[in-house]
Ligand binder design. Structure first.
Ligand SMILES: *[C@@H]1O[C@H](CO)[C@@H](O)[C@H](O)[C@H]1NC(C)=O
Length: 491
């Protein structure tokens, strides 16, 4: 996920800046991060307003300290959000690498953002009010290149197949995001005229791009000088557990936490997958398993609890605080950015079963860095795979040791994400975008960017040179042959 910083022409001289944060409420993890950004800037003394278009009425907006302007978008948009997600359990079975699904998902999401944007643009009064506020900085989420390479499976740089797949992913991700982007762009052009700049142009002129990523937990990657990684911002300080959870954590010496996050509910898992998890629980009778399960009173849950005394099913868990407990032995999760961050900060070995979006990439990066094991969601039905991998991360000390080292590194980073966010925002408020930071690639065509013209020129040159060389060689050879044959005749 990336945040773009837009800069207004005017800015105030006072130290406290007026900042507008666009926090579209459609997914908990996104709003949680953007809400943290707003709150941290308030804590730093700035006047921050969150503009919150409400797509998901039940969601949280993640900010408690900023001024909030809610935009009720109406039933049609709520329905569009619902349609764009479809049935939640699909995340457990849709293929990781699926052009059709990618296109359909992107289309549905694009339509959702389009209808939300159309409603927002109708609100003339609000737009005028925002314009008059003359904000020093505006921040918006560019949910476009969010999961660059997010369809990437296990990526081996030496494998031609993996690299080809990665290259195709690059196109797929555009396929997913572009149609929605074009639709929203068309809305602006319709309202403000054909000359309204397209989003590529607008985003190429931002001051900074904040990325919700932590380079110490990823694969090394080339980046741009104006991209500032501020991963881990939303992480909360763990608190002491209450009596109930302390009791759960200390009943046995080792505890495993299972959670698939907020988007894909465990209760909707197919029965064979649920049974596979239960077989795993049964294979470790000396450990307690806490499973975040949305409906702990349903038929499955009641039977499961009865048959497995070492299993706790709970609708809600104090996840941060549980992961901070010394008895926590492993975390089984979907590999969302937040979960990966917690695994790293608390040095808890992770077993990741990525479902969609950026999760495969996050999860493989954690395995690459020796903090976790990853299993495919299609192996969720095979308890033997779960059991072997869980045993490995608990018994092999390497995972916890790597975790401890990374946890220390994160705590002692020379520049914290929080400081980077505050300082770069203030710097942008004061100076605006710098042309030095704007990559020239923004103005290049596909041919220029990939040097296709040079490659073609070289190819033509090569073909011509080789042809000439061949022709000359042939001529010389012919002459020599002729001379030889003349000599032969004479002798
Ligand atoms: C913050 O800005 C809002 C308008 O954007 C204004 O009404 C409010 O008075 C400001 N608060 C402070 C403390 O300056």
């Amino acid at each position: 996920m990336r945040l773009l910083l837009f800069l207004q022409a005017c800015f105030s001289i006072s130290f406290a800046f007026k900042i507008l944060v666009y926090n579209s409420k459609y997914a908990h993890s996104h709003s949680n991060f953007i809400g943290s950004v707003a709150d941290i800037l308030v804590e730093a003394g700035h006047n921050v307003t969150s503009l919150i278009p409400v797509l998901d009425v039940d969601g949280k907006d993640g900010t408690t300290k900023s001024n909030k302007i809610y935009l009720d978008l109406g039933e049609k948009v709520h329905q569009a959000l619902h349609d764009s997600i479809g049935k939640h359990d699909m995340f457990f079975y849709t293929p990781y690498f699926d052009p059709v699904g990618t296109y359909m998902g992107g289309k549905a999401m694009g339509e959702m953002f389009e209808s939300a944007c159309a409603e927002t643009l109708k609100n003339e009064e609000l737009i005028e009010r925002l314009r008059e506020e003359k904000y020093d900085v505006m921040m918006a989420e560019s949910f476009d290149m969010c999961g660059l390479g997010s369809y990437m499976l296990k990526f081996d740089v030496h494998s031609m197949y993996d690299r080809a797949l990665n290259l195709i992913s690059e196109f797929l991700i555009r396929w997913f995001f572009y149609p929605g982007r074009w639709k929203v762009e068309a809305l602006f052009k319709q309202k403000y005229g054909k000359d309204f700049p397209d989003f590529k142009e607008i985003s190429s002129n931002v001051a900074y791009v904040f990325a919700n990523s932590e380079p110490l937990m990823e694969f090394g990657a080339p980046t741009m000088s104006r991209v500032i990684a501020i991963g881990g911002l939303g992480a909360k300080e763990p608190k002491k557990l209450d009596e109930y959870w302390e009791g759960v954590m200390t009943k046995r010496s080792k505890v495993v936490l299972i959670s698939f996050g907020s988007v894909a509910p465990s209760e909707e898992l197919a029965d064979d997958k649920k049974q596979s998890i239960l077989k795993t629980v049964a294979a470790f009778p000396s450990m307690t398993f806490i499973w975040k399960y949305e409906n702990p009173e349903d038929e499955f849950a009641l039977a499961a609890k009865k048959a497995h005394p070492n299993l706790i099913l709970s609708k809600w868990t104090p996840q941060h605080d549980l992961l901070n407990h010394p008895n926590m032995a492993a975390f089984i999760s979907h590999g969302g950015m937040g979960s990966c961050m917690e695994v790293a900060q608390r040095a808890i070995p992770g077993l990741f079963i990525p479902l969609f979006g950026d999760q495969p990439k996050n999860a493989w990066a954690m395995e690459y860095n020796g903090l976790a094991k990853v299993i495919s969601k299609f192996d969720l039905v095979r308890p033997e795979v779960l059991i072997v991998n869980l045993r490995e991360i608990i018994e092999n000390k390497k995972y916890r040791e790597n975790g401890k080292r990374l946890s220390k590194m994160l705590a002692r980073k020379p520049f914290s994400s929080r400081d980077l966010l505050i300082k770069y925002t203030e710097f942008a408020a004061e100076f605006g975008p710098s042309s030095a930071l704007r990559p020239q690639s923004c103005d290049m065509s596909f041919i220029e960017y990939h040097n296709l013209d040079i490659i073609v020129a070289f190819l033509i040159f090569g073909v011509v040179a080789i042809s000439i060389l061949v022709a000359i060689t042939a001529k010389i050879a012919k002459r020599c042959l002729r001379r030889d044959s003349v000599k032969e005749k004479r002798s």
